[in-house]
Design a protein around this ligand. Structure first.
Ligand code: FMN
Length: 269
């Protein structure tokens, strides 16, 4: 290291120290110069090289858009362009491509840094690989919709008769899911009867009461009769006023078996 004074040595050592620290931050760090044509990269750290597979000398002088590819969403790119224009800090998640063509999710943050000595703004970009988190989020989304689907099992038990057992925690979202699933099912199957089995419901509340009311109206329009099962008198009394379905003139039975017997008698009559 060449130097001419102790002060100069201190500055050089400090620069080396800062460079080494930035290389080790475990993220990509790049600097782009907006005063040059097409805003090229003028610095990339080791983290960027490791993340993208490109070496510094291959990318310095280029605009960082070379990381984008076929499946990069334009919305995120538009957000960056807008933020660069207004010089506002921006954080986006973009699908980017490594040198070997493999994809990764880049959580990119860009901010402006003003350098006094040069009387100029520069853009600093920090790139984090968030592929694992994005994949986990995708899986959680997939499984939660699968769980929802499985928690509304509509079981055909006879010609034109299906049973929907209401199981587990019944909240507003579940009830909406139930209404959606039933309307889809009845449109497809044109059932004569749908038995809603409530034997696994612990407590009636207003939401369940309203949903049964809505379900009854919906099925009425579609020419399907709603029948309740699993409402024991004791349970119904304990849960009143919400378990009082008399105003809906709904038929309600102690068990699915009893409800099916009644349907059998109905169709014989
Ligand atoms: C400092 C800085 C870092 C950037 N890093 C990335 C990056 O890692 N990945 C990416 O897809 N785009 C990155 N960009 C965005 C592109 O360079 C470019 O600004 C963007 O594609 C919008 O401009 P365009 O419409 O001219 O392509 C970065 C931009 C700046 C200024």
């Amino acid at each position: 290291m060449e130097y001419h004074s102790l002060d100069e040595l201190a500055v050089l050592q400090q620069n080396d120290f800062i460079r080494a620290a930035i290389d080790r931050v475990g993220a990509g760090v790049v600097i782009a110069d907006p005063e040059q044509e097409d805003m090229p990269l003028i610095y990339v750290n080791k983290g960027f090289e490791e993340l993208t597979g490109y070496e510094a000398q291959e990318v310095l002088g280029k605009n960082c858009r070379f990381l984008q590819g076929e499946h990069t969403e334009q919305k995120g790119v538009d957000q960056i362009r807008e933020a660069i224009h207004t010089k506002e800090t921006v954080k986006v998640e973009l699908l980017n491509y490594r040198k070997d063509g493999s994809e990764f999710w880049n959580e990119l943050q860009i901010y402006t840094v003003y350098i006094d000595k040069l009387n100029q703004d520069f853009f600093v970009g920090v790139q984090q690989d968030v592929t694992k988190r994005k994949e986990a989020e995708r899986l959680v989304g997939h499984y939660s919709s699968e769980v929802k689907r499985l928690s509304t099992p509509i079981v055909p038990v006879k010609d034109n008769v299906s049973v929907l057992p209401l199981i587990g925690n019944v909240d507003e979202e579940r009830l909406q899911q139930m209404l959606d699933a039933v309307s889809f099912h009845v449109q497809e199957q044109k059932e004569d009867y749908l038995i809603l089995d409530l034997s696994a419901v612990q407590v009636f509340n207003e939401d369940i009461h309203i949903s049964i009311y809505q379900l009854n109206q919906l099925l009425d329009l579609m020419g399907t009769t709603l029948i309740l099962s699993g409402v024991t008198p004791k349970f119904a009394m304990g849960s009143s006023p919400y378990a009082n379905f008399s105003e809906l003139s709904l038929r309600s039975y102690v068990s699915v078996k009893q409800a099916l017997q009644m349907i059998g008698e109905d169709s014989r009559a």
